[in-house]
Design a protein around this ligand. Structure first.
Ligand code: SAM
Length: 288
């Protein structure tokens, strides 16, 4: 499926609608058709279910998603200035593009269309982790909320999502992400590809939600235990987990985790084991 011949170049769209990039909205536009096409092709089958793009801006990636076969694409944009340009795109692809004005941080994206639903986005960096945590929270409630997430982050954040234990970037975000998703780094995009160029390199990451979480745990308990452990990541767990209150010695006995281990040495499943012990209704911890 190719783009309708009538579409004007993106630079012209930006000029005509006065879409000068706003820093407060994390706006760095990707105008290179090869790169937007590459991101769209990295997403699983776009012709199935609902494809959701957060922050379409002037519509570069949106065009690529449509050209690569999205038949039910819903885009969520906070910047009203972009809406007219996006409406023109909706006219060029009749019945395939719905434009929603709004703040993705306040929206339930799973309500935007029928499953399977996937998200593809060049995320605004200033809120990228907040958005991801929101979508992970939805996945913790319902693993079928999203079938795939193909997302661009700043490279440092992408590294945290895919990090393995005993590596520098491994932290809370790695544990929460990998508890719910298989996370795979795809490719980097240099600053010069964007208008205006950001100060950092960007990376596209594929997150594939697991049919069920890697190990049983409640999200609240997992957040609590990872916050305590990584809050003092250089300290041994017997020290860092004290902030949880309760009988920490019991946590180590019950899980077989060494009290002298540090947060970055624990696998996701071990954090889940700790979370199960401190979780709601856990007599072993609450009773201590
Ligand atoms: N998709 C476009 C591209 O690749 O060129 C623009 C990407 S730009 C990095 C991020 C986009 O997210 C901007 O269009 C910005 O207005 C939008 N945005 C920022 N905060 C948002 C929010 N809370 N909800 C929805 N969109 C938001």
């Amino acid at each position: 499926m190719s783009a309708p011949a009538a579409l004007p170049p993106l630079r012209e769209v930006i000029a005509r609608h006065g879409l000068g990039a706003r820093k407060s909205l994390g706006q760095h536009f990707l105008l290179d058709l090869n790169l937007t096409g590459r991101i769209a092709r990295a997403a699983p089958d776009l012709s199935r279910g609902t494809v959701i793009e957060v922050g379409p801006g002037p519509g570069g990636l949106t065009r690529a998603l449509l050209a690569e076969g999205a038949t039910n694409l819903v885009v969520v944009e906070k910047d009203r200035r972009c809406l007219e340009a996006l409406a023109e795109l909706a006219v060029a692809y009749p019945g395939r593009l719905e434009v929603v004005e709004g703040d993705a941080l306040k929206m339930d994206l799973a309500a935007l269309g029928p499953a399977p639903r996937q998200i593809v986005s060049n995320l605004p960096y200033n809120i990228s982790t907040a958005l991801l945590v929101r979508w992970l929270t939805a996945l913790a409630d319902d693993p079928a909320a999203f079938s795939a997430l193909t997302l661009m982050f700043q490279k440092e954040v992408a590294a945290r999502l895919v990090a393995m234990p005993r590596s520098g970037p491994y932290g809370r975000l790695s544990v929460l992400t990998q508890w719910l998703c298989a996370a795979r780094p795809l490719f980097d995009i240099p600053p010069r590809a964007f208008t205006p160029p950001p100060k950092v390199v960007s990376s596209v990451v594929a997150l594939t939600p697991l049919a069920e979480p890697l190990a049983p745990a409640s999200l609240a308990a997992l957040e609590k235990v990872t916050a305590a452990a990584f809050g003092q990541r250089r300290k041994m767990l017997r020290q860092s987990l004290k902030s949880l209150g309760g009988d920490t010695a019991r946590l180590f006995e019950a899980t077989g985790i060494a009290p002298t281990a540090r947060a970055e040495e624990l696998a996701v499943e071990e954090f889940c084991a700790l979370a199960r012990l401190i979780g709601p209704g856990s007599l072993s911890f609450a009773g201590a």
